[in-house]
Write a protein that binds this ligand. Structure first.
Ligand code: CMC
Length: 428
């Protein structure tokens, strides 16, 4: 901490410490700003320039298109590790030994049974209920079924909450899907791996013997790893903010799921497929939609394009684009949306509007095409994102608790009416 940041206002000079991160990122620590200046605050809607925490989990360089978890490149993790190994790494800080992994996996499997009364809650939802709403509600409902695991001061109960939510979340997701489909609710099979189990619970029907397709399994494992963590994005910040009030892991993750649902965040994977289908139905004129996206009077945005942090290719999109080709070829699927997506990308990347604003395809641009090829219905796309992101939410919540971060409570600039006198209704 050798440098200082200086702020001058009305002839007075204020100094603030500068802190440098592992990868030379620079931050000005303004914790004392209000106190020393007599109430001045910073204004940063959308937190575009505001660091909310120090974190050891994920490093992301948006200019260079780099993504690393705990120092390991995302490219290595997707190719060389399993989903649960990466989850362990993200949550506990190191890749697990064989023994650590066996215990972690075993503890998760022991917790994969949902209370049967959860079916009563599911009964109360309409069949058409969006699975993100159902999954968020049922995750919050875990607080009622497992009140012990809501003790945020006990390391043991936090570990139990972590293994519980990891064990139960894929079951909740599969049951939300079954509710939509009107199919029976499946239970976990502890002889299967985490991702294989999740696929089995989603697809098994009593009349047919379920068999995992290795191509589908590999693609799904890779896709879910790619989604595990992405530092302080909207849903993760939500999880940390809710958790900062000492709310339980279940309650915090439930809020994170709601944040992920929106089309500017995780909901974009669904919105991309809908946009590609709309382009095809409209006759396939890609340029027309590019022009709509550029038109400031038109609310339409090119879904799956642009990112708050990446001002270069999203490294996850590069991996997914490669795997979309491979998966479709392996499964023998021809999907016209892939052709339109590639054309759209080509046109956008040579258009000054997108080039000047550094708008590149993001993780959601190709993921929906793979999900669809794997037979996952559009409504479930964002739920798949949530299954992938769960370890990241857990890791960030755990880090926030470990660092005993203060309750999140931003300030505001009041722009409303000044003090005025109350008028009785007869005088208004
Ligand atoms: N289509 C057309 N114009 C865009 C787009 C887009 N997809 N994204 C950004 N812009 C324009 C925007 O209009 C603005 O233009 P100007 O400077 O002329 O006003 C400029 O680019 C900067 O955009 P911004 O909205 O200030 O950027 P942001 O960092 O606040 O928003 C974003 C980032 C991801 C919300 C935005 O790019 C977007 O809405 N993209 C489409 C939705 C999407 O794909 N979301 C998934 C994000 S990645 C996965 C995830 O987080 O879940």
């Amino acid at each position: 901490m050798s440098e200082i940041g200086v702020f001058e206002f009305k002839g007075k000079r204020y100094e603030f410490p500068v802190e440098i991160g592992t990868e030379n990122e620079i931050s000005i620590d303004i914790k004392t700003l209000r106190g020393t200046t007599g109430g001045i605050i910073t204004m940063d809607p959308g937190f575009k320039n505001t660091g909310s925490c120090k974190s050891e989990i994920t490093f992301l360089d948006g200019e260079k298109g780099i993504l690393r978890h705990r120092g390991y490149a995302i490219e290595d993790l997707t190719k060389k590790a399993s989903f649960l190994e990466v989850a362990y790494l993200i949550i506990f800080g190191e890749l697990p030994t064989k023994e650590q992994f066996a215990k972690f996996e075993g503890d998760i499997k022991k917790k994969s049974l949902l209370n049967e009364e959860i079916k009563d809650i599911l009964d109360g939802f309409p069949r058409s209920a969006h699975p993100m709403g159902v999954v968020s509600s049922l995750t919050g409902a875990l607080t009622a079924f497992h009140p012990k695991y809501t003790d945020v001061h006990s390391e043991e109960e936090i570990y139990n909450a972590i293994t519980n939510i990891l064990g139960k979340f894929p079951v909740i997701a599969a049951w939300a899907h079954a509710k939509n489909e009107g199919t029976p609710f499946n239970y976990a099979d502890n002889s299967l791996g985490y991702v294989e189990n999740m696929l089995m619970m989603m697809y098994k029907i009593p009349t047919t013997k379920y068999k995992t397709n290795p191509v589908v399994l590999k693609a799904m494992e890779e896709l879910l790893i790619l989604h595990q963590d992405h530092e302080q994005n909207c849903s993760t910040s939500t999880v940390r903010l809710v958790g900062s009030s000492h709310a339980s892991l279940f309650a915090s993750v439930s809020a994170g799921i709601s944040a992920l649902w929106g089309p500017l965040h995780g909901g974009a994977n669904k919105a991309v497929i809908e946009m590609l289908e709309e382009i095809i139905e409209d006759g396939g004129d890609v340029e027309k939609f590019i022009n709509k996206a550029k038109d400031k009077k038109d609310p339409f945005r090119l879904m799956g394009f642009g990112h708050r942090v990446y001002k270069n290719f999203d490294p996850r999109a590069l991996i997914i684009k490669e795997s979309a080709d491979a998966v479709l070829a392996d499964l023998g699927v021809t999907d016209p949306t892939l052709k339109v997506a590639k054309h759209l990308e080509e046109v956008a990347l040579s258009d000054p509007y997108f080039v000047d604003r550094k708008l590149f395809p993001n993780v959601d641009f190709y993921s929906g095409i793979i999900y669809r090829a794997l037979g996952i219905p559009v409504e479930m796309f964002t739920v798949m994102f949530a299954i992938g992101r769960l370890p990241g939410w857990i890791a960030q919540w755990k880090e926030m608790r470990k660092n005993n971060e203060p309750i999140g409570r931003p300030r505001q600039l009041y722009m409303g009416a000044p003090k005025r006198d109350f008028k009785e209704v007869s005088e208004r």
